[in-house]
Design a protein around this ligand. Structure first.
Ligand code: ADP
Ligand code: MG
Length: 142
């Protein structure tokens, strides 16, 4: 399996609840390493741009409002098969459908306030990484 990088976010609900470090440790214990991280309060324009792919969905306005209600953590995670692995560790979008032991099962409230984000493809991981991090902010291990 290939070493990949994926863009991960801890969303405002989880940060407000103080769960950011537990969630980060959950990802690290699963074999993902942090190669970049920042705490940021997204503007409306930033949240709209990040989720532009969902602009036509009925939940878009509510999602943007949620994602701007408080700070988030954005981190670039590296590991074997990182994109799919990170999504498996996060669990299903809807915590009611998420497997036991996943981050969303443990920390999410509902399908919108679901604690974390993870890139869904290697291509989107690269796009989303560039959204948050410049080259000099990404420091590989070793
Ligand atoms: P994922 O984050 O698992 O990749 P999507 O890309 O489909 O899920 O959706 C992006 C985000 O939009 C979700 O993580 C969640 O916060 C929100 N969302 C998705 N579907 C709904 C819905 N039906 N109602 C409200 N919010 C939703
Ligand atoms: Mg998605």
């Amino acid at each position: 399996m290939a070493i990949e990088r994926t863009l991960s976010m801890i969303k405002p609900d989880a940060v407000a609840a103080g769960n950011q470090w537990a969630i980060l440790e959950h990802f690290r214990e699963s074999g993902l390493n942090v190669v970049a991280i920042k705490r940021i309060h997204l503007t409306q324009a930033q949240a709209q741009a990040f989720y532009a792919v969902h602009a036509e969905r009925p939940f878009y306005g509510s999602l943007v409002k949620f994602m701007t209600e408080g700070p988030i953590y954005a981190q670039l995670l590296e590991g074997e098969n990182a994109v799919a692995h990170h999504r498996a560790v996060m669990g299903a979008t809807n915590p009611a459908e998420a497997a036991e032991g996943t981050v969303r099962k443990l920390y999410a409230t509902n399908i919108e306030r679901n604690a974390c984000h993870g890139s869904d493809s290697l291509k989107n991981a690269a796009i989303e990484s560039a959204f948050f991090f410049s080259g000099s902010e990404i420091v590989a291990l070793g």
